[in-house]
Design a protein around this ligand. Structure first.
Ligand code: 7TS
Length: 407
């Protein structure tokens, strides 16, 4: 195994050399948004300086080049997810936008009164609210897969929930609070045995591990660019052609039509059918560059390195008096949520910031997870390829300082 050269990687990320409160920045909130390497920043700047034009419409060179660059990223993303048919890759504004797209375009067509949609208790709000809105609108019911004390889905209950009424399973690949990596392949197999499609929220999956959608077998896989070293404003919806072709369009407008008259509009084929209006061209290019960056290091290497960091961090944090962890499943990604007895998570977050340590505190847009563990909030440290053992040591030292202030 080639050694993971984290110091070299860190030099690619300008922000990691900056300070907060005169302390070197310790960035432990990649679960919310990852930092961008110089190559991604350069790609974005270069586009703005020399390559900008609208796509899919100009016959002049600049527009044709921008179109080619944008479409090349679609090919990059298809390769990244091991998708054979590039038209199955839809550019969206992000995970939230992509889930809403499916909730409208699939949901309003295939989900009717009396039907059921299955989600899990560990979903981010963006994989709950769109389904709840759909259910309210059409008279369907949301069913919820429970989670155990250590943060694993109860697969026996899941299997019992699957029925002829189920029209979709929407489940996260990795929990943004608990870190649990869900057994997507098995869950897809169980759903497919009843011909039920499965949507996977990969916002915390794709950035951290090799994702092969053909292997997983899922019908939809979704992620955001900004959680994987790309810019904001771009996300991906992978969907099987079988479904995308049958789904209604989501947004209407330019670029998604074949012909428009006041009597009737006919729609373009996929992927254009789902990409109305001028897309976030520069963000797509940034995402393409981010994928190239991550692939050059290797998703498998990144996953291995994060496991080492997570193990070290879990052990180091365990030594802290009065700490409680949320999410201790054996198959867990680089996310550690915890509380310190007697100190509110927000106070921890503020005191850690004094030491330059950036963590997320609150409900993490997953209030049902907070309800499950009967806490109003947690502190969450989430790691990525540029974090180090030294970052973990600083986190631990800073928590100990905070604890002293409150004792
Ligand atoms: N799904 C999961 C599992 C997430 O973690 C997030 C964002 C989303 C969906 C929404 O992604 P977006 O790019 O559309 O906003 N999670 C977090 C987080 O954990 N802290 O801030 C955002």
């Amino acid at each position: 195994m080639v050694e993971f050269d984290v110091e070299r990687i860190r030099r690619d990320f300008p922000v990691l050399a900056t300070s907060v409160n005169n302390k070197p920045l310790v960035y432990l909130d990649s679960g919310a948004s990852a930092q961008m390497p110089q190559s991604v920043i350069d790609r974005i700047n270069h586009y703005h300086q020399y390559e900008h034009a609208n796509i899919h419409r100009g016959v002049y060179q600049l527009s044709e080049q921008a179109t080619a660059a944008y479409e090349a990223v679609r090919t990059t993303v298809a390769r990244f997810l091991n998708v054979a048919d590039t038209s199955e890759i839809i550019f969206t504004k992000g995970t939230t936008h992509a889930i809403n797209l499916v909730a409208h375009a699939y949901g309003r067509k295939f989900v009717h009164a009396g039907d059921e949609i299955i989600v899990s208790h560990m979903e981010h709000h963006s994989n709950i609210v769109p389904w709840q809105q759909l259910c309210d609108e059409v008279g369907a019911t949301l069913k919820v897969i429970p989670i155990s004390d250590i943060g694993e889905l109860d697969l026996e209950v899941y299997e019992r929930l699957l029925s002829d009424k189920t029209k979709l399973v929407a489940v996260t690949h990795v929990s943004n609070v608990l870190g649990t990596v869900n057994p997507i392949k098995d869950m897809v197999a169980l759903a497919h045995a009843r011909e039920i499609p499965v949507l996977v929220d990969g916002a915390q999956g794709a950035p951290h591990m090799k994702v092969d959608v053909q292997d997983l077998g899922c019908d939809f896989y979704i992620f955001s660019g900004h959680k994987m070293c790309g810019p904001t404003g771009i996300g991906i919806l992978y969907g099987k052609r079988h479904w995308l072709e049958r789904m209604n369009p989501y947004e209407g407008g330019g670029d998604m039509i074949l012909s428009v008259t006041f009597e009737k509009t006919t729609y373009a084929d996929i992927p254009a059918k789902f990409e109305a209006g001028t897309p976030p061209i520069v963000s797509a290019l940034g995402l393409g560059e981010a994928i190239d960056y991550l692939e050059a290091i290797g998703l498998d290497s990144i996953e291995r390195y994060e496991k080492v960091l997570t193990k070290y961090a879990t052990e180091a944090l365990s030594d802290i008096k009065d700490i409680t962890f949320y999410g201790t499943a054996p198959n867990k990604a680089a996310v550690i949520s915890f509380n310190i007895k007697g100190v509110h998570a927000h106070d921890i977050g503020t005191l850690l910031n004094d030491d330059g340590v950036a963590v997320r505190t609150g409900h993490h847009c997953a209030q049902p997870v907070m309800q499950r563990y009967k806490v109003p909030a947690t502190t969450r440290a989430s790691f990525y390829l540029y974090n180090t053992i030294d970052d973990v040591d600083k986190l631990v030292a800073s928590i100990r300082n905070a604890q002293k202030i409150f004792s």
